[in-house]
Ligand binder design. Structure first.
Ligand code: GDP
Ligand code: MG
Length: 296
C-alpha cells in the first residue's frame, strides 16, 4: 500500500504562492449620476476592507465624476496582499439621447481584455501579467420602488455579455422595509423576464451544492445598500454612517442595510469565483473572437 503522498500540501503550496505574489481584484461601479457610486467606492475603502487607508478627507465633498477613473489600494491581511482597484464611472442617462450610452463602459472593459491578451501572446511574456480586467460591475438601481427603466435593462443586457453584473439598489435608506423587499422582488422578476443573467449566473452552477448556495444569494439580491464616508460616534464606537434627524444609519450594520452582505459576498465568499468566471468565460469569449477575427 502506498504511504502518504502529500497531495494535500497543494493548499499550503497555493497559500505560499499567493502570499508571495499577491493578487489583483477589480470592481467597477456604474449607473445614473447621483446614485451614490463615488460614495460607495469610498465606503468600500473606508469600511473594514481597509480601515487604515484613507479616501477623501472628512469634510471634502465628493466631486462629480466626469471620467472613468481607477483608484487602487494595496490591502494586506495575514501576509496576503490584495491590490483592490475600484473603477468609478461618470453617471449616464443625463443626455437627451441615451442611445448606446453603455459604449464607453464596454469599451473600457474590452480594452482591459485586450491589454491582457497582448501580454499573453507576447514572446517575452511576464511571469505574472498585471490584471486590470473588471472582475465585477456593480450596477446601481435607483430606489424608485417602481419598474426598472428601459435604459437599465438595455444597459445590463449589453454589459452582462462581457462582464459579471451585480445589481444593487442604491440609497436604500430612502425605502421603508416593506418597500425595499417588494422592490427587490420586482427587480429580480423584471431582470428574469428580460433574460438578463446577473452574477452568479445559473448556467455556471457546477453542482447541487453550488446551486443551493447560489440560489440563496440570488434570492437575497439585489443588495440594498447605503453608502457613506463619514464616521459618527454610536454607543461609544466609531461607525460609518449617515446622520439623519432621527438617528444614524449605520452602513456596516446588517440590520440597517445590506452593504456588509455585499462586501462579504464580493470579498469573503466569491472573490475567487468572480476572477475565474472573468477569466474562463468573459475573457475567453473576447480572446476567441479576437483570434478568430485575425485569422479569418
Ligand atoms: P454618483 O454620481 O453616483 O457618484 O453619486 P455621489 O456618490 O456623488 O453621491 C451623490 C449624492 O448622494 C451625495 O450628496 C451623497 O452624499 C448622496 N448619497 C450617496 N450615497 C447615499 C446613500 O446611500 N443614501 C443617501 N440618502 N444619499 C446618498
Ligand atoms: Mg460619481
Amino acid at each position: 500500500l502506498l504511504g502518504y503522498i502529500g497531495i494535500d500540501t497543494i493548499i499550503e503550496q497555493m497559500r505560499k504562492k499567493t502570499m508571495k505574489t499577491g493578487f489583483d481584484f477589480n470592481i467597477m461601479v456604474v449607473g445614473s449620476s447621483g446614485l451614490g457610486k463615488s460614495t460607495l467606492v469610498n465606503t468600500l475603502f473606508k469600511s473594514q476592507v481597509s480601515r487604515k487607508s484613507s479616501g477623501w478627507s472628512r469634510d471634502e465633498k465628493i466631486p462629480k465624476t466626469v471620467e472613468i477613473k481607477a483608484v487602487s489600494h494595496v490591502i494586506e491581511e495575514g501576509g496576503v496582499k490584495m491590490k483592490l482597484t475600484v473603477i468609478d464611472t461618470p453617471g449616464f442617462g443625463d443626455q437627451i439621447n441615451n442611445e448606446n450610452c453603455w459604449e464607453p463602459i464596454s469599451k473600457y472593459i474590452n480594452e482591459q481584455y485586450e491589454k491582457f491578451l497582448k501580454e499573453e501572446v507576447n514572446i517575452a511574456r511576464k511571469k505574472r501579467i498585471p490584471d486590470t480586467r473588471v472582475h465585477c460591475c456593480l450596477y446601481f438601481i435607483s430606489p424608485t420602488g417602481h419598474s426598472l427603466r428601459q435604459l437599465d435593462l438595455e444597459f445590463m443586457k449589453h454589459l452582462s455579455r462581457v462582464v459579471n453584473i451585480i445589481p444593487v439598489i442604491a440609497k436604500s435608506d430612502t425605502l421603508t422595509v416593506e418597500e425595499k423587499n417588494e422592490f427587490k422582488q420586482k427587480v429580480r422578476k423584471e431582470l428574469e423576464m428580460s433574460g438578463i443573467e446577473f452574477y452568479p449566473q445559473k448556467e455556471f452552477d457546477e453542482d447541487l451544492e453550488d446551486k443551493s448556495d447560489n440560489d440563496k444569494i440570488r434570492e437575497a439580491m439585489p443588495f440594498a445598500v447605503v453608502g457613506s464616508d463619514k464616521e459618527y460616534q454610536v454607543n461609544g464606537k466609531r461607525v460609518l454612517g449617515r446622520k439623519t434627524p432621527w438617528g444614524v444609519v449605520e452602513v456596516e450594520n446588517p440590520n440597517h442595510c445590506e452593504f456588509s452582505q455585499l462586501r462579504d459576498f464580493l470579498i469573503r465568499s466569491h472573490l475567487q469565483d468572480l476572477k475565474e468566471v472573468t477569466h474562463n468565460i468573459h475573457y475567453e469569449t473576447y480572446r476567441a473572437k479576437r483570434l478568430n477575427d485575425n485569422g479569418g
